[in-house]
Write a protein that binds this ligand. Structure first.
Ligand code: 5FU
Length: 270
C-alpha cells in the first residue's frame, strides 16, 4: 500500500524511528498535521504565542538563533519553558537549524555552543550536501541522550525559488538517509518521496504554505494545504507568517489545522 494512503495512526505503530512513531501518534490524537513556525525575536512573545497555539499543532518549529537573548541564562529559561509547553500541550519541538558541515563540526554545533540544541529539540534538520558523515555525526550526539527520543529531517527540496534541491538531489538525499532509518524521520520536501519498499516510512514536511498561493518578494513560494497534503502527498504543513502575522493567530491556526486535516482525509478517501 502506498504510504500516502496509510493513516497517521497506522504509521505511528510501524515507523522505524521512535520519534517518528511519537509524532505520528500526536498527529492522529490531535487531528493536526500543522507545524507552526514561530519566527519572532522576543522570547516572551514566542512563548505566549506557543501557549495559545499549542492545542492546535503537532509540532513547533524554532529558529533559536534569531531570538534576542540578553544572557546565557535567558536561553536556558526559554528552552526549559518551551519543553514544559511541549509536555503540557502534547507537541514536539523542531529546531530548524539546517546543519551543513562535516560530521565532526556538526557534533559540536548540535551538542554545544550557547544553544545546546540536542538537549531540548526533539527534531532538527540537515543538508545532504556534505555527505552522510553529517548524519553519522548528529546521530552520535543524539545517542548521548539515551533517555529521550531525537530525530533528524534531511532537506531534500526547499520551498524557495531557484532551489537547487528536488529531482535528482532529493533522490540522492533519500538514498543517503536509507541506512539511518532509526534516526532520519523524514524529509523537508514539497511532496511525498519514493519508498524502496513497504518497510520504509518517511514523514515529509513542507514549508511554503499559505491558504492562498503566492510569494513574499524574497523568493519564498506558497502553496495551499490542499496542494501539498492532498495532491502531492506531504504529511506536515509548516506555516509561519500565514498564522503569526494574522490578526487573530489562534483563529487562523484553526483554519490551517482544519485545511491540513481535511486535505489528509480526502487523500485517504480518494
Ligand atoms: F527548509 C525550509 C524551506 O525550504 N523553506 C522555508 O520557508 C525552511 N523554511 C522555513 O519555514 C523558513 O526558515 C521559515 O522559518 C518557515 C516559513 O515561514 P513562512 O513565514 O511561512 O514563509
Amino acid at each position: 500500500m502506498s504510504q500516502t494512503k496509510k493513516s497517521y495512526s497506522e504509521r505511528s505503530k510501524t515507523h522505524p524511528a521512535a520519534i517518528g512513531r511519537r509524532l505520528l501518534a500526536i498527529m492522529a490524537a490531535k487531528q493536526s498535521n500543522l507545524c507552526i513556525s514561530v519566527d519572532l525575536t522576543s522570547p516572551s512573545q514566542i512563548l505566549a504565542l506557543i501557549d495559545e497555539l499549542g492545542p492546535k499543532v503537532c509540532l513547533v518549529k524554532t529558529h533559536i538563533d534569531i531570538i534576542t537573548f540578553t544572557t546565557p541564562d535567558s536561553i536556558t529559561a526559554f528552552t526549559t519553558s518551551l519543553q514544559s509547553l511541549a509536555t503540557h500541550h502534547n507537541f514536539l519541538i523542531f529546531e530548524d537549524r539546517k546543519f551543513a558541515d562535516i560530521g565532526s563540526t556538526v557534533q559540536h554545533q548540535y551538542r554545544g555552543g550557547i544553544y545546546r540544541i540536542a538537549s531540548w529539540a526533539h527534531i532538527t534538520n540537515a543538508h545532504a550536501i556534505p555527505g552522510e558523515g553529517i548524519i553519522q555525526g548528529l546521530r552520535a550526539v543524539a545517542h548521548e541522550h539515551p533517555d529521550v527520543d531525537r530525530g533528524l529531517l534531511m532537506l531534500g527540496e526547499m520551498s524557495s525559488k531557484g532551489s537547487l534541491g528536488g529531482g535528482e538531489y532529493l533522490a540522492k538525499t533519500v538514498a543517503m538517509a536509507r541506512g539511518y532509518a532509526d534516526f532520519v524521520v523524514g524529509f523537508i520536501a514539497q511532496g511525498a518521496v519514493e519508498r524502496a519498499g513497504e518497510g520504509e516510512d518517511f514523514v515529509v514536511m513542507t514549508p511554503g504554505v499559505k491558504l492562498e498561493r503566492g510569494g513574499d518578494g524574497l523568493g519564498q513560494q506558497y502553496n495551499t494545504p490542499d496542494d501539498v497534503v492532498g495532491e502531492r502527498g506531504s504529511d506536515v504543513i509548516i506555516v509561519g507568517r500565514g498564522i503569526i502575522k494574522a490578526q487573530d493567530p489562534v483563529e487562523e491556526a484553526e483554519k490551517y489545522r482544519r485545511a491540513g486535516w481535511e486535505a489528509y482525509e480526502r487523500r485517504l478517501a480518494n
